[in-house]
Design a protein around this ligand. Structure first.
Ligand code: FES
Length: 676
């Protein structure tokens, strides 16, 4: 290029170069590697190539842009502006020619690979590059002299414009092909699926710009779906429903049993989940006001049993050692083959499973939290009925799953309930008076605030949710009401009449009850259930730390709905998670759902997670001898083997030894002597 040729500077990329006078802005962008979109093949139809030139002096860039630096607005731009409207100051990059030095801004909506910003500072934004892209094309009309079919002419036109060697066409579109071409007067928009051999999976007459994708997390209890605009990356509707398989069993193992014991049981559950998904799709489509036929792609994550049942595979082998998967590989399927009511040729991508007990949901958490890209050693815990645990950094990642059971969700707890209005979720206990105060979901008031009675008249006071039980138990430990072994002291031992006999053990009265609301206590059985759950969780994490040869981790990420509500300090007092500074514990929210959305929005993320899952070292907790040892140590609060020195410097952890009350005074004395 000659020095006298126009200099073009693109913002925000800062890419610059000289181009021959008369070069179209879109061509200049392409030659300089600037991310500028085009869906209509420069026909002035899509406006995806919109840019904003700026004129006048640009001291920063050392140039002055003359008013005539670009060619005047041409007839195509005028037509577009007339029909669909261009924002003031915008030009179509496929029409405007560069005549002089110019600075051109590419707005976010015109970037092909725009960033979808995530709220948390420690995670990467998502680069938009979905597997499905729309392409507007004009197709030569048939004539009497050439015998080519409409499909062949469509594919030839698309291949020529897109520079493709081969292009497939989904047979589901064939019946409507001829009508679509004629309705569009030989101009159509094709959706090209690029995850695999490029294939046309959608076709509309004229210019069509709606393209949506669905990211779904099939949990054993709930199914959550996020309907996402593939052009902007925005979630346009989210919804959830109870997994209809619940009627066949609360947890995964009871569903495996149902499949084992009942002829056709697996097929029933497959039909139930697919029907539930179609209900979810209908809800999402209704909420977003879009057509189900515009949902072209979908991604799914789930645990191995949910995976097999969704695919119509018998989960029999997952019910017994060695827990062999039918397949753990990522799946690329047609939605219609799974009975899903999306676009007729819509695609399904299922993330890979990590192991027989560690599912695609954990793979999605890995994609979202990216331990494989972390400089620090990070422990990622997705807490549910099974805890799925990842430990790693740039040099490698380990994974395991640990059977925590449903206690963290409020099950097995005497006053336990799901997180819903009326459930106690925050608790404080005064370490001197040992008097509690608490908050319930649905009200900001503490139980000792004026107006609390009126507040619970509205919300109810019905029980304790999972995060509430963690808090009350940790507060009891810090206030010296529970000892390191998890025994609640008697009223005499603790000095509070709130400790009452409960059969052979003790209970702590959190709420004495009133006319409208029953008494709420924390029993030694409740504490035992949480001890078992948290010991399984910690032992899994500790086992991975052993494998890695470390005694500490740099940071902890708590994923899942439970992780989103749990207080890091209280979790650590109980020894649920390793001892790290509290500011190194982050909540990732629904990381599995986020991972599904990343795989939906970025085709490269699919290859990435398939590679990462292949490299993850899988650890089977059931056959590791040290798991039991870690489990026993982790039943103590916080732990009988690991020192938790950081935590101890932060909070009081009194060391009383209680009798638990139940074995009688003599028995209690004997036990105390033995401990001493
Ligand atoms: S490329 Fe479609 S309007 Fe310019």
């Amino acid at each position: 290029m000659a020095d006298t040729d126009p200099l073009v500077i693109f913002t925000p990329s800062g890419k610059r170069g000289r181009v021959a006078p008369g070069t179209k802005v879109l061509d200049a962008a392409r030659s300089l590697g600037v991310d500028l979109d085009s869906v209509c093949g420069r026909r002035g139809v899509c406006s995806k190539c919109q840019v904003a030139p700026s004129f006048g002096a640009h001291a920063k860039h050392g140039i002055t842009v003359a008013e005539d630096a670009l060619s005047p607005v041409n007839a195509v731009e005028e037509r577009y502006d007339r029909v669909r409207g261009l924002k003031p100051g915008r030009r179509l990059g496929c029409q405007a020619e560069i005549l002089g030095d110019v600075v051109i801004d590419v707005p976010p909506e015109s970037q092909v690979h725009k960033q979808v910003v995530r709220k948390r500072a420690e995670v990467r934004d998502i680069v938009l590059d979905p597997a499905v892209r729309l392409h507007y094309v004009e197709v030569p009309e048939p004539d009497m002299h050439s015998a080519t079919g409409d499909l062949e002419r469509l594919l030839a036109a698309l291949k020529a414009e897109m520079g493709l060697e081969a292009l497939g066409f989904d047979g589901a579109l064939l019946p409507s092909l001829q009508k679509t071409l004629r309705t569009g007067k030989w101009a159509v928009t094709a959706a090209i699926h690029r995850d695999g051999p490029p294939t046309v999976i959608g076709l509309w007459p004229g210019f069509h710009e709606a393209a949506f994708g669905l990211a779904v997390d099939i949990g054993s209890t709930t199914i959550a779906g996020h309907l996402t605009d593939l052009a902007s990356g925005e979630v346009v509707a989210s919804s959830g429903l109870m997994n209809p398989q619940i009627r066949y069993g609360e947890d995964v193992m009871s569903r495996v049993s149902h499949a084992m014991m009942n002829e056709g049981g697996a097929a029933e559950m497959t039909a139930a989940v697919r029907e539930g998904l179609n209900g979810l799709i209908a809800t999402l489509v209704g909420a977003a006001g879009i057509a189900a036929g515009d949902i072209l792609d979908s991604t799914f994550v789930m645990n191995p049993v949910m995976h097999h049942l969704f695919l119509g595979l018998d989960p029999y082998e997952l019910g017994q050692a060695p827990f062999a998967l039918a397949t753990g590989a990522a799946q690329r399927l047609r939605a219609a083959d799974l009975g899903l009511a999306l676009a007729p040729a819509a695609r399904v991508y299922i993330l890979p499973l990590i192991a027989g007990h560690v599912g695609a949901d954990a793979a999605a958490v890995a994609l979202s939290e990216a331990p494989h890209k972390s400089d620090e050693l990070v422990l990622v815990v997705d807490v549910g009925t099974n805890a799925e645990i990842l430990l790693g950094d740039k040099t490698g990642v380990l994974a395991c799953s640990s059977p925590t059971g449903p206690a963290f969700e409020g099950a097995q707890i005497s006053a336990g309930q799901r997180a819903a209005p009326g459930a106690i979720e925050r608790v404080e206990i005064d370490p001197v008076t040992r008097e509690p105060r608490f908050q319930v979901i649905g009200s900001d008031l503490w139980s000792d605030d004026p107006g609390f009675a009126e507040a619970i008249a509205g919300t109810g006071l019905t029980g304790i949710c999972g995060s509430g039980i963690i808090e009350v138990m940790a507060e009891m430990r810090m206030a010296g009401i529970v000892d390191a072994k998890g025994l609640i002291g008697t009223a005499e031992e603790t000095g509070t009449p709130r400790c009452i006999a409960d059969g052979r053990t003790q209970a702590y009265v959190l709420w004495a009850g009133d006319d409208a609301h029953p008494r709420i206590t924390v029993t030694n059985g409740d504490i035992r259930a949480i001890q078992m759950a948290k010991a399984a969780l910690y032992a899994g994490a500790r086992l991975l730390m052993d494998k890695r040869g470390v005694d500490h981790v740099d940071r902890v990420v708590l994923a899942g709905a439970f992780g989103a509500h749990i207080s890091a300090r209280h979790a650590m007092v109980l020894g649920m998670i390793p001892d790290v500074p509290l500011d190194k514990v982050a909540s990732a929210g629904n990381a599995a759902g986020t991972g599904a959305r990343i795989a939906l929005l970025n085709i490269g993320a699919r290859a990435e997670i398939e590679r990462v899952v292949g490299e993850i070292e899988k650890v089977e907790t059931a056959i590791e001898p040290r798991f039991q040892e870690h489990f026993v140590a982790a039943t103590a609060l916080p732990n009988s083997a690991d020192p938790f020195t950081g935590l101890r410097a932060l909070v009081p952890l009194p060391e009383p030894h209680f009798s638990g009350g139940g074995a009688g005074e003599e028995g209690g004395r004997r036990r105390r002597r033995k401990r001493d």
